[in-house]
Design a protein around this ligand. Sequence first.
Ligand SMILES: *[C@@H]1O[C@H](CO)[C@@H](O)[C@H](O)[C@H]1NC(C)=O
Ligand SMILES: *[C@@H]1O[C@H](CO)[C@@H](O)[C@H](O)[C@H]1NC(C)=O
Ligand SMILES: *[C@@H]1O[C@H](CO)[C@@H](O)[C@H](O)[C@H]1NC(C)=O
Ligand SMILES: *[C@@H]1O[C@H](CO)[C@@H](O)[C@H](O)[C@H]1NC(C)=O
Ligand SMILES: *[C@@H]1O[C@H](CO)[C@@H](O)[C@H](O)[C@H]1NC(C)=O
Ligand SMILES: *[C@@H]1O[C@H](CO)[C@@H](O)[C@H](O)[C@H]1NC(C)=O
Ligand SMILES: *[C@@H]1O[C@H](CO)[C@@H](O)[C@H](O)[C@H]1NC(C)=O
Length: 419
Amino acid sequence: MYSLAPYILLLWAGLFRVAALPIRSYESSDLVALKFANVLEQLEAQFYTQALQIFNASDFEAAGFVSSQLPLQEFQRIVADESTHATTLETAILALGGQTITGCSFDFSSALTDVATMAAVARLVENVGVSAYLGALSLFSDPVLATAAASIMTVEARHQTVLNILGGATAIPQAFDVALNPSEILAIAGGFVSGCDLGISANPPLAVSSSGPFQAGSVLTFNSTAINGTIPEDELFCQILAGGLPVSISQPICECTVPQGIDGPMVVFVTNGNQSLTNDVRDAATDTIVAGPAMIFADTLQESLGQLVRPGLNSTSNSTTMGSNLTGSSVSTTSFAAPTTVTLISHLSSTSALSSSVATTSVTSGTSIVSTTTVASTAAFSSATTSTIFTGATTTTISLAQASSILASAASAAATSGG
Ligand SMILES: *[C@@H]1O[C@H](CO)[C@@H](O)[C@H](O)[C@H]1NC(C)=O
Ligand SMILES: *[C@@H]1O[C@H](CO)[C@@H](O)[C@H](O)[C@H]1NC(C)=O
Ligand SMILES: *[C@@H]1O[C@H](CO)[C@@H](O)[C@H](O)[C@H]1NC(C)=O
Ligand SMILES: *[C@@H]1O[C@H](CO)[C@@H](O)[C@H](O)[C@H]1NC(C)=O
Ligand SMILES: *[C@@H]1O[C@H](CO)[C@@H](O)[C@H](O)[C@H]1NC(C)=O
Ligand SMILES: *[C@@H]1O[C@H](CO)[C@@H](O)[C@H](O)[C@H]1NC(C)=O
Ligand SMILES: *[C@@H]1O[C@H](CO)[C@@H](O)[C@H](O)[C@H]1NC(C)=O
């Protein structure tokens, strides 16, 4: 069904080959990393499997997607990848003489209440997945295993991008991702997992109790069992880390605000000193961490791609944040803008006379154009076609569903006429 089979076989062959080398002894950290990755893949596969069981096409359309096919195709593709990753990692663990962690139960009930929440949590899960693989890479003593893990990580990053787009957010918000160690990952994702011993202790979970949307200047407040008065509040600091920052931005906890100039995901820790955390899984002074991280998203930039996929999404409304627990204030609602109209303007390109055509859609909200897409063809129109369609600019207001089909036929007609 998928063209992945040869790739999987290669990966398996690679893992078996190194496993078969007689003198190579594996550090336990290799197995720790593989077993941890396997549980995360089980978690991801379960999440999408349950989501696809619960929600139907109408649910996706009601969540503002221009077509249910857009998210459904992606989710089906992603769940297939995650299942393949889980199976492949299991094979590697067994080949190295280890045992997979079994018996885990995954409870996503708080995340599967509606499609908007589910898609927001899926975006979080994929961002956390990338951070988890990045943070686990330094645990591998064997470069072949590290490379195999990295070959999964690059695919998780593709999922992350798709989920950013399905969330109506910036597809590629930062030039770098953030690595998190397994204890940090569990502070974020551990609340979904129970019934199994991961052999890794989780940092105390940190929930952001202030509600979104978050943007530069938004004040963040926190809730954690580790913020309980034992450490005086004036000794607690919030540390915000985002891709590419060399060190975290340190602020007194009572004045914690989202910094300027960061779009997309950021992780927030609470520490018991004002010393910034180094953005470095090996050397970060993790002993100062009191709780966290939590991952939040500040969607400050609007992109045409996200708008086209989910034109009804009001991205200035509530966004998602998550500590360990999705209950309470950590996930807030997503609201939708008033019905969005698409204006299709067809006109003949003035620069190339009869030799090219341009069809433009403008997604408008109220009176302002929020996104414009142009489908252009360099194919020549016959004079008959031109005189019929292009007697000057014509403007038609149509539904969103009509827009994509008109665009498609405009492009196709242009190609056909051009011969
Ligand atoms: C889709 O599921 C919703 C509940 O989530 C239900 O109300 C609706 O009837 C279903 N629609 C179809 C076409 O099955
Ligand atoms: C903090 O979390 C606890 C338990 O997780 C919850 O009972 C409490 O209501 C939360 N407080 C706030 C202010 O969100
Ligand atoms: C209270 O916070 C301290 C320090 O953060 C932590 O060590 C302790 O376990 C917390 N107490 C409870 C009951 O969670
Ligand atoms: C951090 O603490 C040191 C020592 O108390 C102080 O000199 C410094 O100004 C503080 N920095 C910040 C950013 O609060
Ligand atoms: C998560 O929420 C559930 C349900 O409200 C609660 O029972 C549990 O204690 C919470 N877990 C944490 C770590 O706050
Ligand atoms: C965000 O969601 C919360 C709770 O669902 C709600 O009280 C608040 O008004 C929302 N904020 C915005 C800006 O929509
Ligand atoms: C988006 O949501 C915000 C907050 O709820 C609201 O102020 C704004 O008017 C909404 N925008 C549109 C286009 O509906």
